[in-house]
Design a protein around this ligand. Structure first.
Ligand code: MN
Length: 132
């Protein structure tokens, strides 16, 4: 058994190439082989969001604080709140982030496939973010 104590790993700022606005990532825990799952805490300031992206084995989000927006391509944007859980199927193009006015924190649970857990695409424009 392995216990990762809260705060034992350093926080990091998410890179501007893949995110818009201020996004902080705090590591939680990752499995050891043959497991391939990773869980991390991600905090988005108001207006902050991921770029469009896909996950090779899908992704689970568990909202823990604030108010967020999530959107998959071709579907309307949806608001999420603490206690809500979201599943994005493998390969489904999507983004997630805070609402325009309220910060949001979620736990992200993602599996690696051949060493990769995400494929990044273009940023979510201000217009697309606002329009949902
Ligand atoms: Mn995602």
């Amino acid at each position: 058994m392995k216990i990762n104590r809260a705060g034992s790993g350093p926080s990091s700022w998410a890179p501007a190439e893949q995110f818009t606005g201020t996004v902080r990532r705090d590591p939680l825990i990752g499995s050891e082989a043959p497991g391939r799952v990773n869980a991390g805490l991600v905090t988005f300031e108001p207006g902050a969001r991921t770029a469009w992206h896909t996950h090779p084995a899908g992704q689970i989000l568990i909202v823990t604080a604030g108010r967020g927006w999530v959107q998959s391509e071709g579907q309307p944007r949806q608001e999420v709140a603490p206690g809500d859980s979201i599943w994005f199927p493998a390969g489904e193009r999507h983004w997630h982030g805070a609402t325009a006015t309220t910060a949001m924190t979620h736990i992200a649970v993602t599996e690696y496939v051949d060493g990769s857990a995400v494929t990044w695409e273009d940023h979510v424009s201000d217009g697309d973010y606002a329009a949902g």
